[in-house]
Design a protein around this ligand. Sequence first.
Ligand SMILES: C[S@@+](CC[C@H](N)C(=O)[O-])C[C@H]1O[C@@H](n2cnc3c(N)ncnc32)[C@H](O)[C@@H]1O
Length: 272
Amino acid sequence: MTTTPTGYLHGYRAEERERLHRQAGFLAPTVHDGLPFQRRTKLIEVGCGVGAQTEILLRRWPELHVTGVEINDEQLAEARRFLASIPSASGRVALTKGDATNLAIDAESFDSAFLCGVLEHVGDPARVLAEVRRVLVPGSPIVCSEVLNATFFVDPYSKDTLRYWTSLNEQQLAMGGDPFVGAKLGNLLAGAGFRDVVTEVKSFHLDNRDPVARAEFLAYWTDLLLSSAPALLDAKKVDERVVDGMRVELARVANDPNSVFFYAFIQARARA
Ligand SMILES: C[S@@+](CC[C@H](N)C(=O)[O-])C[C@H]1O[C@@H](n2cnc3c(N)ncnc32)[C@H](O)[C@@H]1O
């Protein structure tokens, strides 16, 4: 049985594919820190997008072969193009079109799994995790990194940005996704039968202690917020005035010598 894919809030434009490459590199120190993939050789990456995380996994774990599963043809084409340009990926990566809720893969085919920012975009994350558990050899590690959008804070107070943020979250819910799925990873993994479930709050608390990191993160964040503007404008969840207001506010935050930014996502680890 196949299910209808949930709408993808960020869309599939070329700029979004480029943004995913930048995002993976920018977040790599936090997302890829100390992952439990020692002595693993066959990893499944569900929702591999443009292959940006795949490249980092292959670089960090020289013994790993990665199978990336992705539902969208354009993302898959970019992942193929990108990974073909990385000599060390040669012979170590298989990219396949597929729906994470219904993997056309035999049981117990992999010894590790990596998911990043995909459960937020699916209507039935429990089913995805059940599928991933099915294709893992018992005892294999899984790592899921997912958003928890309730954690966003910015100072100075930025009215249009917060309005936009609420609209973005509501639109993601309306499209069948879940911008708060990070908080539910413990329940979801345990419910899917995974053992030794551990969740870690990975936070970015940026202020005067490190103005350079704060400025870099704000630039990344502005990019991320604006990536969903076309979808939100189309859906009439926001108007141009709110988008423009947000641009002005985020520029003001970036130039304010006392600004504060906070956001957290959740990284969960478990064993099949
Ligand atoms: C935010 S992107 C993240 C991509 C990649 N994991 C990364 O961190 O760069 C989410 C990806 O999941 C894919 N996706 C969404 N629903 C899916 C499904 N049911 N099965 C497979 N992939 C899916 C989307 O097409 C998109 O490429």
